[in-house]
Design a protein around this ligand. Structure first.
Ligand code: SF4
Length: 437
């Protein structure tokens, strides 16, 4: 009989806690808030270091640093039956839960060993939402208050938990999030019948209100405690329901506006179990997810409005060109822009000019007049930008008619980040942090 290999975490942590960690870290992977750094690389005998897949994931802090987090569920027992979720009540999986003490010990132990810089904690809804939320808060409280833990903590708000608890959670967590999951109430009713859109949006509003109150108070009262200083985020599943990219991006834009969300994450739907309510098993729509992140970037940093970004009649982004190129092709009369006089907001609409490039153009042209040679030195992607710019009243390149230009700007076959790791464990924050051009 072949020898059964013990999970690496069991060797380090002891059998029971190690097994729980293996199970609850795997269960947490469906949440697209972080990119899993796990691999199954083990140390050679006498060697050091291991890439054990036990929930150490990467995220980006508010100041742009990449940080590694222990990403686990408190419990994978859940009384809800969301069709898209591996932990749903009807799933035939091993169920287990940590205790508050176990999770605190695990976090501190990993932190001291330098495996992690913080904790991402969520949970299945194994009981009344308030009770589940209280457990998550208690883990964060013990870490912060009793153990003096200063690392990053991201807590998931449990749908249905009371506002008082959400406000309490923000006193210990750096970031709070609640997943809206599906773009319309109708899809939520169909695929996650126990969840309520109104409840989720209500929680977002409560967390947003609490954040603004704390910000206001901190201007007047010196020792106002911080409330979730990294703000709140949410996740939308793409492809489990029939909504178009336009619907998704309009919703995201409205969430940014109304609840001051710091991030909306998009997660390509990956079938975990057959269900007649879900689309037939197919490859996860990774390119679609990628386009939504590109569009999200345009909304947050490039001054685009959601309403102007999807040009296609079916409401979905094109696959051959990115959303910024698609917008430029549909607005040929906006170009060419004179690189020596266009203002920053206009330059940001030029394919091939990113945020940094646009700022460099504005700063450099105060000293010298810019032409193609100078633009290349400023990091502008000239193979895209040259079709949309002019200098000294003359276009840098005479653009061909639209279809030919589209072919010139089309992306070749490309590997979508994360596409090499399909399956319910693939999570994707790393791919959100690309930059245009
Ligand atoms: S509430 Fe839904 S999404 Fe969350 S763990 Fe339970 S079944 Fe999964």
């Amino acid at each position: 009989m072949p020898l059964q290999r013990k999970p690496y975490a069991c060797i380090v942590l002891g059998m029971e806690l190690g097994e729980k960690l293996e199970i609850l870290a795997a269960s947490a992977r469906c949440d697209a808030s972080f990119a899993s750094s796990g691999s199954d690389r083990r140390p050679r005998s006498g060697g050091i270091g291991a890439g054990a897949p036990s929930g150490v994931c990467h995220s980006f802090s508010g100041d742009g640093r990449c940080i590694s987090l222990l990403k686990v569920l408190y419990s994978n027992a859940c009384r809800n039956d969301c069709a898209y979720c591996a932990n749903r009540a009807s799933s035939d999986i091993v169920r287990t839960s940590f205790s508050v003490d176990e999770l605190v010990r695990l976090t501190l132990d990993f932190y001291r060993r330098n495996y992690i810089e913080g904790l991402f904690l969520s949970s299945g809804i194994f009981s009344d939402p308030d009770i589940v939320m209280e457990r998550l808060i208690e883990v964060a409280r013990v870490l912060r208050v009793e153990a003096g833990f200063g690392g990053y903590i991201h807590l998931k708000a449990i749908p249905g938990a009371g506002e008082r608890l959400l406000r309490l959670a923000g006193l210990y967590a750096d970031r709070l999030s609640i997943n809206i999951e599906l773009p319309t109430a109708a899809s939520l009713v169909r695929l996650a019948p126990e969840k309520s859109g109104a409840e989720i949006l209500g929680a977002m509003r409560a967390m947003g209100d609490a954040e603004s109150e704390h910000t206001r108070d901190s201007r007047r009262i010196r020792h106002t405690p911080n409330f979730a200083p990294a703000g709140q985020s949410t996740q939308l599943i793409v492809g489990a329901s029939p909504e178009s990219d336009r619907t998704i991006i309009l919703l995201a834009s409205s969430l940014y506006r109304r609840y001051a969300l710091r991030r909306v994450y998009y997660s390509a739907f990956m079938p975990v179990a057959p269900d007649p309510r879900l689309p037939a098993a197919a490859a996860p729509p990774l390119l679609r997810e990628h386009r939504l992140y590109q569009c999200d970037w345009l909304l947050r940093f490039y001054g685009f409005k959601a309403e102007e970004l999807v040009q296609e009649a079916d409401g979905n982004f094109p696959t051959d060109v990115d959303p910024k190129v698609a917008w430029a092709l549909a607005h040929r009369d906006f170009f060419p822009l004179d690189v020596n006089s266009a203002h920053l907001g206009e330059l940001l609409r030029v394919p091939g000019i990113g945020l940094r490039g646009a700022r460099r153009i504005v700063a450099t042209r105060r000293q010298v007049s810019l032409g193609p040679a100078e633009l290349g030195k400023l990091g502008i992607v000239m193979k895209k930008a040259r079709w949309f710019l002019s200098a000294g009243g003359r276009p840098l390149c005479a653009p061909p008619e639209e279809q030919s230009l589209r072919l010139l700007l089309a992306e070749g076959p490309r590997e979508v980040p994360g596409a090499s790791k399909p399956g319910p464990g693939r999570t994707v924050e790393s791919q959100m942090e690309f930059a245009f051009p």
